[in-house]
Design a protein around this ligand. Structure first.
Ligand SMILES: CC(C)(COP(=O)(O)OP(=O)(O)OC[C@H]1O[C@@H](n2cnc3c(N)ncnc32)[C@H](O)[C@@H]1OP(=O)(O)O)[C@@H](O)C(=O)NCCC(=O)NCCS
Length: 139
């Protein structure tokens, strides 16, 4: 586990490309990681990118290469963010597609609560899906 740096950008593009339908370019990741409010963590086959604003942390994107999923990498990355949130007494926010049951169960198991719904927030190739907005308060 280590913090994200600009040199990770190519890996992030690739891991994200095979994890989501919408594509984020090298330029987009470079721009985010050049901004001090963005930070994140990575393992060889997964990463989590966040943005800090005052006493809140927003999870911007989070993914693990498909063939390395369900081995604990995602949970480890998320726990790293949650540890930081505890240390800084920050709330953590995220959005997740309504039908992404795997991610939703992971978030729920770590204490995230549903706080609202954004109607038709995600546009997939053949449909729209609501986003569930979830939050975890520090203990
Ligand atoms: C969500 C994601 C990052 C999880 O990463 P991961 O490395 O597979 O997660 P983990 O192996 O740490 O699993 C964490 C928990 O989720 C559950 N889980 C993982 N894969 C699952 C599956 N296919 N079905 C049901 N539960 C699953 C496990 O029960 C596990 O809990 P446990 O450790 O208590 O048993 C990964 O599935 C992914 O990249 N998905 C595509 C992108 C995405 O949806 N990102 C989140 C957007 S909000």
């Amino acid at each position: 586990m280590r913090s994200l740096i600009l040199e990770d950008v190519q890996d992030l593009v690739e891991i994200r490309r095979i994890s989501f339908e919408d594509f984020w370019s090298e330029k987009e990741f470079t721009s985010m990681l050049s901004d001090k409010s963005f930070f994140g963590f990575r393992e060889d086959h997964g990463f989590i990118l966040c943005r800090r604003t005052l006493d809140c942390i927003d999870i911007v994107t989070f993914c693990v290469t498909p063939s390395y999923r369900n081995k604990g990498i995602g949970k480890k990355l998320l726990l790293e963010v949650m540890n930081l949130a505890e240390e800084t007494q920050s709330k953590v926010f995220l959005e997740v597609a309504e039908k992404n049951y795997t991610a939703r169960s992971l978030y729920q198991s770590l204490g995230f609560k549903k706080i609202s719904i954004r109607k038709n927030y995600y546009k997939f190739s053949d449909s729209f899906q609501d986003a569930i907005v979830m939050m975890r308060s520090p203990t």
